[in-house]
Design a protein around this ligand. Structure first.
Ligand code: ADP
Ligand code: MG
Length: 221
């Protein structure tokens, strides 16, 4: 039946994902183990080895932070939540990373409640705003705008990065598609899945002057 088809398709995506993540985590682990063995043997150049190990651990941190709230769809808990509060929580979390790059984070617009699972929507905001910060090549501003449009709430997250190449725009959200050296290519895929669970949509727009805007369209009812 159609439902079975959909289920088996989901299984294969989950399987693909698990294999990919295992791979993403096994590589850094193997390299950390190797460097620890070298250190144990008493090599010189310790500073270099420490740096590589920290980089590898950061990569695993990224993967786990992108998946933090995804593992428990069964415990989904949807209720009316304040958008402003969720966004402020997320900005607090991302502030250190933004500060390092001299990026200001700003929220504009009206207070709105949305009916959602708070953890999942925070994960969505983390993944999109993290990308926005990573896209910024120099100091600048990321502006988040909340507004009501007909029966939807638009949440625009706008950066001043290089924007997105027309040729790859349709690949965003495919598992493991990344243009970054340290990327996982999982953030937007997870984001899209979480938005699906809320019947919300993601639009990606090119800004007129510079950068791109990720627009979440969230239904009011
Ligand atoms: P990752 O961040 O690990 O690369 P994502 O799924 O979060 O994986 O993003 C996939 C790709 O989408 C990125 O590698 C980047 O090329 C592109 N992208 C996402 N957000 C932006 C943005 N704000 N500006 C430019 N490119 C972006
Ligand atoms: Mg990302």
């Amino acid at each position: 039946t159609e439902e079975m088809m959909i289920r088996s398709e989901k299984m294969s995506i989950a399987g693909q994902l698990a294999a990919g993540i295992a791979h993403e985590i096994r590589n850094p682990l193997t390299s950390i183990k190797g460097f620890l063995q070298l250190l144990q043997a008493g090599v010189n150049r310790k500073d270099v080895y420490y740096k590589i190990m920290i980089d590898e651990i950061e990569k695993m941190e990224t993967i786990t932070s992108e998946m933090l709230f995804v593992s428990k769809p069964l415990t989904e808990n949807k209720q009316q939540e304040s958008l402003l509060t969720m966004l402020q929580d997320v900005l607090e979390l991302l502030k250190p990373q933004a500060k390092l790059k001299n990026v200001l984070l700003e929220i504009n617009g009206e207070e709105q409640d949305i009916f959602c699972d708070k953890s999942q929507m925070k994960q969505v905001f983390i993944n999109i705003i993290k990308n926005a910060i990573e896209a910024m090549e120099e100091a600048g501003k990321i502006v988040i705008t909340i507004r009501e449009v007909d029966n939807d709430i638009f949440i625009d997250i706008s950066d001043e990065g290089p924007g997105i190449d027309e040729a790859v725009i349709h690949k965003l959200g495919e598992p493991f598609f990344t243009t970054k050296q340290q990327g996982t290519g999982l953030g937007l895929m997870i984001t899209k899945q979480l938005l699906d669970r809320h019947r919300a949509k993601l639009e990606i727009l090119q800004n007129e002057i510079k950068g791109s805007t990720f627009r979440i369209i969230f239904p009011k009812h």
